[in-house]
Design a protein around this ligand. Structure first.
Ligand code: GDD
Ligand code: MN
Length: 395
């Protein structure tokens, strides 16, 4: 029998919540034929295996290796559904599963494309959310609604139900960055999307811990950049530029201190500061801008070397271009900014291709080698009948 509803549960280190959430879903969804799709980002605590061991027919796990991200996990889970209507909710029981049947009813009866669980409308609540999280959520909400086609009382919600056919209309436009899948949807969907809201009470977490941290906040910013300026600039480049700008500030500060207290000549001070700030920029870019490709161990040092080399060349080009422009009569500030912009683009372009290039995982490389090896072995055997090199056939 075909499924009526799919529940997508993104997980990262939620092993203790697997059995209880399945239990709650079973109680809440009596009479509804549903499937459950866990999307687990290879949790170190073995969440994926806990799901497998449950051995339930209607429950599967999509285990993603080498990937992280709540929004992209939700997208992939939704697209893997067999049911025509899909709910997304947290696996930690903070979202209220008892409203699911009514959500489903509304999607069907009111012919909606999307029903959003809202904490901010009559009957809903933030529950015992920490004060700072409430404030943060409100700030995020204000920021997010710039440029949206749809107004929602809780665009930050991670709890919603969507019609798969509607989702497929805008799936290719989603950014998939960060934590806020719903916001991504609202900013990507066509104005014709039919949306409803349902109040619910956000519950406190019982097991495990929240994954929301400062980097998630940064990803939120990246999502907004991507959705609002994505046609003009790459979100990663914006972060790279911000790190660079911070570097300039730190540079001026250190240089001032060195000149005041270090009794260094200007040239020596400038050289020493440049070196220090280059390392600082590398470390920041490695742990923030390229956190998804972070270099560790000896690769960290190799990366530092290629980063300094690339940026060093960037400086040379920057000075040459700015100098040339200045001597051709371009006003000094414009000439300087032109040189800086050039080196920013150069540094970003070169380091993204060399320092933080996307590497194939070595397991993937080994797998490809195995395929090649077996293909060539097969090619050498093609002229002979099956089992041709077995001794019995040689007589
Ligand atoms: N696959 C995957 N990958 N799952 C993740 C990741 C990830 O990188 N990060 C978090 N999750 C899973 C968690 O395991 C949990 O099931 C769910 O996503 C929510 O993560 P929490 O860390 O518990 O987030 P929260 O409680 O602080 O915030 C949640 O609720 C808010 C209110 O609805 C999120 O859903 C927010 O987006 C939402 O605003
Ligand atoms: Mn949570």
């Amino acid at each position: 029998m075909a499924y009526d509803l799919a529940i997508v549960l993104p997980t990262f280190n939620e092993r203790e919540n697997v059995a209880p959430i399945l239990d709650r879903l079973e109680r809440a969804l009596k009479g509804i034929h549903y499937e459950v799709i866990f999307v687990d980002d290879d949790s170190p605590d073995g969440t994926a295996d806990v799901v497998r061991r449950m051995g339930l027919d209607n429950v599967r796990v999509l285990q993603r290796i080498g990937r992280r991200g709540l929004a992209s996990a939700c997208i992939e889970g939704i697209l893997a559904a067999a049911a025509p209507i899909v709910a997304v909710m947290d696996a930690d029981m903070q979202h209220d599963e008892t409203v699911l049947p009514e959500m489903l009813l509304r999607v069907r009866e009111e012919n909606l494309d999307l029903v959003v669980g809202s904490r901010n409308m009559e009957g809903g609540s933030m529950g015992e959310f920490a004060r700072w999280r409430v404030k943060l959520s409100q700030l995020g909400r204000r920021l997010s609604l710039m440029g949206a086609n749809h107004a929602l009382t809780d665009p930050m919600s991670g709890f919603f139900m969507v019609r798969l056919s509607a989702f497929q209309r805008f799936a290719h436009r989603l950014s998939g960055i960060g934590f806020k899948i719903l916001l991504d949807i609202v900013l990507s969907a066509d104005p014709g999307l039919r949306i409803g809201e349902m109040p619910y009470r956000f519950r406190p977490r019982e097991h495990g811990e929240s994954k929301l941290d400062i980097l998630i906040g940064l990803e939120y910013f990246e999502l907004l950049v991507d959705k609002n300026l994505g046609n003009l600039v790459n979100a990663r480049f914006v972060i790279f530029g911000m790190v660079g700008a911070l570097g300039v500030g730190v540079h001026l500060l250190i240089l001032r201190l060195l000149l005041d207290f270090g009794r260094l000549s200007f040239a020596k001070g400038q050289a020493a500061t440049t070196f220090v700030v280059m390392i600082l920029n590398y470390v920041l870019n490695n742990s923030v801008t390229y956190r998804d490709r972070r270099l560790r161990g000896w690769k960290f040092w190799r990366g530092l070397f290629t980063f300094c080399l690339a940026c060093g060349l960037g400086v040379v080009a920057n000075v040459a271009i700015a100098n040339e422009a200045f001597h051709r009569g371009v006003p000094w500030a414009l000439a300087a900014v032109t040189g800086l912009l050039f080196s920013a683009v150069w540094n970003f372009g070169v380091t993204s291709m060399i320092t933080w290039r996307q590497e194939r995982r070595s397991s993937e490389k080994r797998a490809r080698l195995r395929i090649l090896a077996s293909a060539s072995a097969e090619a050498m055997n093609t002229d002979e009948p099956r089992g041709g090199n077995a001794p019995a056939n040689m007589v």
